[in-house]
Design a protein around this ligand. Sequence first.
Ligand SMILES: Nc1ncnc2c1ncn2[C@@H]1O[C@H](COP(=O)(O)OP(=O)(O)OP(=O)(O)O)[C@@H](O)[C@H]1O
Ligand SMILES: [Mg+2]
Length: 256
Amino acid sequence: MATLLALQGVTHTFRRSGGALVTAVRDVSLEVGESETVALVGESGSGKSTLGRIALGLIRPDAGRVLIAGKNLHDMANRELRRERIAFQPIFQDATASLNPRRTVRDLLRQALRQRGADRNEHMRIELLESVGLRPGSLYLERYPHELSGGQRQRLAIARALAMKPRLIIADEPLSGADVSMRGQVLNLLLDIKKERGLAYLMITHDISIARAFADRVAVMKEGQIVEEGPAGVVLSKPREDYTKRLLAAVPQLAY
Ligand SMILES: Nc1ncnc2c1ncn2[C@@H]1O[C@H](COP(=O)(O)OP(=O)(O)OP(=O)(O)O)[C@@H](O)[C@H]1O
Ligand SMILES: [Mg+2]
């Protein structure tokens, strides 16, 4: 299996406004292969989002390397970087924050398709909306993000990510923003996309049941480090670390 994303010994320290230093990520190595889903789990504050932002190139680590398909992200010139980074698309918890409120759905999709030089016809936009379950797609094109429900907005954000034909989706708590009744639907949508398009995911979540439904491999973060990693079936049913056992015990086993 070809490696899409490789984080090698990455470390990142934040300086709090008071001056205190927080090492959010400490010497972490993690790989995601083609079509593979890796769930990154761990308690709040363990460094999951920071690691995700490092993988997306949004935070430059103080040490270590970020390789995209074997190339060092921080060695690339800007134009090459933009091109390569399109292969990795984020989905965040709060879709609202990632969608320009002054743009219609049509404009948002047009802009995304244009970034990878794709065809700009209306049919493609409608097809994208329908592929994330917004039917009929034509009904939504004129709307603004605030005119959609939370679940619909998350679908739009997913459609926008898909417009860029990513190879890896880095999703940070993608279900937490949707209300409970929508979560199962959004999760199923993400699962369908994985099956149909063979996409890889780095799925950041503190919800073990999502990791269970989704992941091939699970990495467990604690205080900025990965303390346990392996096939989902092993880590989630026979965890080695007490920390992982506590995480598993803390989660109500919801059926999504
Ligand atoms: N911009 C920042 N400035 C200062 N400290 C930060 C910043 N971002 C994160 N941190 C700190 O880094 C640590 C890791 O934060 P991070 O957001 O990566 O955790 P997380 O695992 O995603 O948590 P959650 O599950 O709550 O989303 C925390 O101690 C947090 O307070
Ligand atoms: Mg987070």
